[in-house]
Design a protein around this ligand. Sequence first.
Ligand code: GAR
Length: 201
Amino acid sequence: MNKAKICVLVSGGGTNLQALINAQKNGIIKSGEITLVISNKADAYALERAKQNGIEALVISNKAYETRKDFETELIKEIDSRDIDIIVLAGFMCILTEFFTSHYPRRIINVHPALIPSFCGEGFYGLKVHEAALEKGVKVTGATVHYVNEIPDGGEIIMQKAVEVLDGDTPEVLQRRVMEQAEWIILPASVEKAANEIINK
Ligand code: GAR
């Protein structure tokens, strides 16, 4: 069967990348294959995960380019030279501009650690999202997987899953629960859904 080629963009630990790799191994992702991982950080542990699984991994540091457009041009060059069908942002901590996003309409997927439209948009990333949720005192949070357009966290929602906030939660404890109960489940499921749509088009 023809499979959609998937590129995963990362910046850190890469537990969501690991969830995608596991999902590929156990058949939850069957319509796509991760063929490329790109990190904007040279010390991201996600790179190690790619290597351990025989996936090509590149470092393209945003800091090495004078402008955001130069950085995005390099990303596009590497991605397009490998015929990638889907780009997954899995803990990728750079906001991509319209220059990049308009190049891949309905082809970029992001996982956000809250129930959009809560705690999202510029400035809400990583632990900051969970700090804001705890500060507000919400009793339910969760994760959202969505297509990426030019509005940060503003594209069409693919899947969401709610997660309970418990008394005494720290941002770290809540982050882990949201990952385990939501992100690691709905990200692979959404990628399979998008890949399946692409290969059956
Ligand atoms: C995840 O919780 C992901 O949802 C979040 O960063 C973490 C990365 O963890 N992404 C964002 O906040 C993007 N706005 P990981 O590197 O272990 O997958």
